[in-house]
Design a binder for this molecule. Structure first.
Ligand SMILES: Cc1cc2nc3c(=O)[nH]c(=O)nc-3n(C[C@H](O)[C@H](O)[C@H](O)COP(=O)(O)OP(=O)(O)OC[C@H]3O[C@@H](n4cnc5c(N)ncnc54)[C@H](O)[C@@H]3O)c2cc1C
Length: 460
């Protein structure tokens, strides 16, 4: 049996694009955002027709809607996700750059944690753009694939036949319709209703696990009057310590050069504190930070501050639930993380990679997609450890809550590693690979690495 780390490596490495092998007449995807579009890309190799049912009216210039109101918040694409999207949609990165997305090399980034600049080792270039831009580019490419179409409608339930999903019911223009589907993928996001639809079909709801740590985002765009070239820092992250007089309730901030000659600036706050909502307060809280925060904040506003609050991390245990056949779920519908860790789009891309391995293999599709969900669980576990695991540790430490000795030991090791990323190149390189979802967190349990991580502490 393969270890989780081996499974993760197989998913990350992926399979080379092969000739499509058609297994279905019609496949359906519920939700046409990042996760749904990438799933549709995979399905297009195996279905004559792929129908995406999406409730929002999406497309150029129509980049928001009630289905995903967080679209206009800052969205960083981790290297692990960019690599996966490139593999699914070859040429994606070049096209994004041609259309104005900024490619920030490692030396153009500055990551500051507390008062320390993080080391460059292990950091990767960033494809820097807004989420509507990235999503629109993915949508355009996926909708150009033969057989892929979108219906604007709201899915209200699943149809079952012979212990398998046989289609979806949806409402469009006030009419309820049914779409027959031989394979259905739920990509309806964090507040999707799949658990209820399963229950209505006589199945159990997948167990929901939560790690609550509320976070509020405030994102604004400013005009950028100079090109994003190597002469300046393009991406900067500042994580302020709670209580820092410059923070004004802000626990983290990011400025990045994005498409259309704009700066995107975001302030993030934990718990009950809220980032500034007026431009004056926003500028007062962040203007004293390192360049290019002041430059960006002094520039004309291109998009007023928009705020969004999220309660914390959520995951649903599909791998441990008896499910009907011909059903998969991807993206936030499966696991949604504290956005500060920037894992959502990358996780969605890795879920699509799992679907590609599953559908490209020999699995018996008349049975539940257990192999798919087992692979996906490995991806969810890896991302969860880095985000929800850290949030849980922060939350317990703040509340002075006692935890079992083995959990405490793991948390202390992780805290040691995080601190050592500021001083040790090898620890930094390994940690970044895991953080970017390019490597499995098992890499962080290597005794030699832990030894190195402890060294700076011993010598100080
Ligand atoms: C404030 C914030 C900041 C974030 N920052 C980052 C970041 O920096 N980096 C990153 O990678 N990720 C980030 N994320 C996470 C990221 O948004 C998602 O993880 C990622 O886009 C995948 O989402 P999704 O496609 O699964 O779901 P969503 O983006 O939520 O899309 C679900 C889609 O399904 C549609 N839908 C829902 N129900 C139905 C229905 N019944 N019928 C038809 N359609 C339906 C919705 O309209 C929507 O379009 C952030 C999230 C938030 C909230």
């Amino acid at each position: 049996m393969s270890s989780s780390a081996e499974v993760f490596d197989t998913i990350v490495r992926g399979v080379p694009l092969r000739e499509p092998s058609i297994k279905f007449g019609t496949a359906c995807v519920i939700g046409g955002s990042v996760a749904g579009l990438l799933a549709a890309r995979v399905l297009s190799d195996h279905a004559r027709r792929v129908v995406i049912v999406e409730r929002d009216d999406l497309g150029p210039g129509r980049d928001s809607g009630p289905g995903a109101p967080h679209r206009n918040q800052a969205h960083g694409l981790l290297r692990g996700g960019q690599v996966q999207i490139e593999s699914l949609l070859p040429g994606f990165t070049d096209e994004a750059r041609r259309r104005g997305a900024v490619w920030a090399e490692v030396h153009q980034q500055r990551v500051v944690l507390g008062d320390h600049r993080q080391r460059d080792e292990g950091r990767e270039p960033v494809l820097s753009a807004t989420r509507p831009f990235l999503e629109e580019l993915i949508r355009e490419r996926v909708l150009r694939l033969p057989g892929v179409t979108v219906i604007r409608g709201v899915v209200s339930g699943l149809e079952y036949h012979d212990d398998a999903v046989a289609g979806v019911r949806y409402r469009a223009d006030g009419t309820e319709s049914r779409l027959d589907s031989e394979f259905t993928v739920d990509a309806s996001g964090r507040s999707g209703k799949l658990a209820e639809w399963l229950e209505a079909g006589g199945y159990h709801r997948p167990h929901l696990e939560r790690v609550d740590l509320p976070v509020t985002y405030a994102t604004a765009l400013f005009r950028r009057d100079r090109p994003a070239d190597g002469s300046s820092m393009l991406v900067g992250v500042k994580q302020l310590k709670p209580g820092d007089p410059r923070a004004d309730g802000v626990s983290g901030a990011l400025v990045q050069a994005v498409e259309d000659d704009r700066w995107l600036v975001v302030a993030m706050s934990y718990g009950e504190s809220r980032p500034a909502r007026s431009l004056e307060a926003f500028r007062a809280a962040l203007g004293g930070l390192h360049d290019p925060f002041p430059e960006a904040l002094d520039s004309p506003v291109a998009q007023e501050i928009q705020t969004y609050r999220l309660a914390g991390n959520r995951r649903r245990d599909f791998a441990g639930t008896r499910l009907p056949a011909r059903l998969a779920a991807v993206g936030d519908a499966v696991a949604s993380f504290n956005p500060i860790y920037g894992q959502g789009m990358t996780s969605a891309a890795l879920h699509a990679a799992c679907l590609r391995l599953f559908l490209g293999g020999e699995s018996d599709l008349s049975r539940p997609a257990a192999d798919f969900f087992a692979m996906e669980e490995v991806v969810v576990d890896a991302a969860w450890l880095m985000s929800a695991g850290n949030d849980e540790a922060l939350r317990d430490a703040a509340a002075g809550r006692p935890v079992p000795a083995d959990v405490q030991a793991q948390r202390e090791a992780m805290a040691l590693i995080r601190r050592a990323t500021l001083v040790d190149p090898v620890v930094s390189a390994t940690f970044q690979k895991v953080r970017y979802l390019l490597a499995h967190p098992a890499a962080l349990s290597d005794p030699a690495l832990l030894e190195r991580a402890g060294a700076p502490l011993r010598s100080s």
